[in-house]
Design a protein around this ligand. Structure first.
Ligand code: NDP
Ligand code: MG
Length: 404
C-alpha cells in the first residue's frame, strides 16, 4: 500500500534551509505535499515558490509584503496569503498539517516552533535559537503533546543517526559516555586575533565548506554556532554540558560522533550538504534520496582533528558558561549574540567585539527560571537593551568612515 502523502509547512522557506527542504520535497511528490510556506518579506522568492508548489497558504511576516504577494499571484491561484504571527500560528497548528520544518532564523522562530510542538506535530528543527532560548519550554511541549522532534542541524542529526532506537526512546542515552560535536573551525580557523579585528562581513560569511544564511555563517566564524549547538545537544539528548565535547574537524565530513562506555565511537559521515539531514528528517525512519553527491573518501583523503581555541574564539566558552548557569542565561546569551551579529553585518562593530557584547550583557541581566514564554521574552528584551546600550560605546570611527 502506498504511504499516505504527508502535508508539510515550511517556515523560513526562502532561506538556505527552506530552499534545500523544497529541493528534497520536489524529489518525492508522491510522499509530500507542501501545505504552507512562510517567510519574512522576500516577495520575489515566495512568489516563485508559490508558483512551483501551489501551497494552500503562504504567510509573510511583514504585512506589506503579504499585500504585494497577493497582488502578484495570478487571479484565481489556489494559494491564500496570510501575514504575521497569527498567520504563522495557523499554518503550524492546522489539523491537516503533519510536518513542520522550523527554519526561521533567530529568536523570531520561537513562538511558531513552540506552537508546532504544542500541536503535537512532527517538528523538523533547524531553528536552533528557538531551542537555545526556550529549551525547557520546547522540550516540555514535545513531551506533553506527544510531538516528534527530529533534529535537522547536521551535528544533531548525525548524533541522532548514531544513537540506537531503544536508547533514543529512553529518557537518558543508555551507554553513551560523550557526544563529540564536530566544528569546521570556520573561515578564521587559522587567523590571529589581530587579523580577526579587521575581518569584514563578507570574509566572515565565506564559509570553507557550507553554504548558509549570513547570520549562521557569522556564528560559524566566531564558533558561537558551536556554542549554540552545545546547548542544543544538551536539550535534545538530555545531556549534561560536560558530556559534550567540541572537536575541530576542518573537512566537515564527519558531522558528529557518539562515544559509548564500551569504547565504541560511532560517526556519521557525508558531504557537507544539508539535504542529507533534511531528507533524514522528512523520511524518518525510512531513508530518502536527497540529491546529495556520494561521498568519495579517496578524494577526501584526510580527516583531521584539533582542539578548539577558546582564547581566539571566546564565544564557545560564553555559551558553555550560559548552559552551566542555566535558566534564562541561554536566552540572554543568544539575544546578545543576535544583536552583536546584526551590528557586525551592518559594519557597526568589529568581529572581535561580538563576544564582548555577549559577556557585557550576560553580566548585567538577572537570570531567572524560564517558567513561561513571557519570562523568556522579558529576558530577551532586557538583554537586547543592554546589548544595544553597549554597542554605542563600540562604534569605531574608522568603521563609520567605511560605511559612508
Ligand atoms: P537564512 O537567513 O538563509 O533564511 C532565513 C529564513 O527565515 C528566510 O526564509 C527568512 O525570510 C525567514 N525569516 C527571517 N525572519 C523571519 C521572521 N521574523 N518571521 C518569519 N520568517 C522569517 O537562514 P538559514 O536557512 O541559514 O537558517 C535558518 C535556521 O536554520 C537558523 O536558525 C540556522 O541557525 C539554522 N541552521 C541553518 C543551517 C544552514 O545550513 N543554513 C544549518 C543548521 C542550522 P526572508 O527571506 O523573507 O527574509
Ligand atoms: Mg550545525
Amino acid at each position: 500500500m502506498a504511504a499516505k502523502t504527508r502535508l508539510v509547512s515550511v517556515l523560513g522557506s526562502t532561506g538556505s534551509i527552506g530552499i534545500n527542504t523544497l529541493d528534497v520535497i520536489a524529489r518525492h511528490p508522491d510522499r509530500f505535499e507542501v501545505y504552507a510556506l512562510a517567510a519574512h518579506s522576500s516577495v520575489d522568492s515566495m512568489l516563485a515558490q508559490c508558483l512551483a508548489f501551489a501551497p494552500r497558504y503562504a504567510v509573510m511576516m511583514d504585512e506589506a509584503a503579504a499585500t504585494l504577494l497577493r497582488q502578484r499571484l495570478p487571479a484565481g491561484f489556489p494559494t491564500q496569503v496570510r501575514h504575521g504571527e497569527s498567520g504563522l500560528a495557523y499554518i503550524v497548528t492546522a489539523p491537516e498539517v503533519d510536518v513542520v520544518m522550523a527554519a526561521i532564523v533567530g529568536a523570531a522562530g520561537l513562538p511558531s516552533t513552540l506552537a508546532a510542538a504544542r500541536a503535537g506535530k512532527t517538528l523538523l528543527l533547524a531553528n536552533k535559537e528557538a531551542l537555545v532560548m526556550g529549551g525547557h519550554l520546547l522540550m516540555q511541549a514535545v513531551r506533553e503533546a506527544g510531538a516528534r522532534l527530529l533534529p535537522i542541524d547536521s551535528e544533531h542529526n548525525a548524533i541522532f543517526q548514531c544513537v540506537p532506537v531503544n536508547a533514543r526512546a529512553a529518557p537518558e542515552l543508555r551507554g553513551v559516555s560523550k557526544v563529540l560535536l564536530t566544528a569546521s573551525g570556520g573561515p578564521f580557523r587559522r587567523w590571529s586575533l589581530a587579523q580577526m579585528t579587521d575581518a569584514t562581513p563578507d570574509q566572515a560569511c565565506a564559509h570553507p565548506n557550507w553554504s548558509m544564511g549570513r547570520k549562521i555563517s557569522v556564528d560559524s566564524a566566531s564558533l558561537m554556532n558551536k556554542g549554540l549547538e552545545l546547548i542544543e545537544a544538551c536539550w535534545i539528548f538530555d545531556l549534561a554540558p560536560a558530556q559534550v565535547d567540541v572537536v575541530v574537524h576542518p573537512q566537515s565530513i564527519i558531522h558528529s560522533m557518539v562515544r559509548y562506555v564500551d569504547g565504541s565511537v560511532l560517526a556519521q559521515l557525508g558531504n557537507p550538504d544539508m539535504r542529507t539531514a533534511i531528507a533524514y528528517g522528512l523520511g524518518w525512519p525510512e531513508r530518502l534520496a536527497s540529491g546529495v553527491a556520494p561521498l568519495d573518501l579517496v578524494t577526501t583523503a584526510r580527516l583531521d582533528f584539533e582542539a578548539p581555541d577558546e582564547t581566539r574564539f571566546p564565544c564557545l566558552r560564553l555559551a558553555r558558561e550560559a548552559v552551566v548557569t542555566g535558566g534564562t542565561a541561554m536566552a540572554v546569551c543568544n539575544a546578545a549574540n543576535e544583536v552583536a551579529v546584526a551590528a557586525f553585518l551592518d559594519e557597526k562593530i568589529r568581529f572581535t567585539d561580538i563576544p564582548a557584547v555577549i559577556e557585557y550583557t550576560l553580566e548585567r541581566v538577572d537570570i531567572v527560571e524560564p517558567t513561561s514564554l513571557s519570562v523568556v521574552e522579558d529576558a530577551v528584551v532586557q538583554a537586547r537593551e543592554f546589548a544595544h546600550g553597549f554597542l554605542a560605546d563600540l562604534q569605531h570611527p574608522t568603521m563609520a568612515v567605511k560605511r559612508v
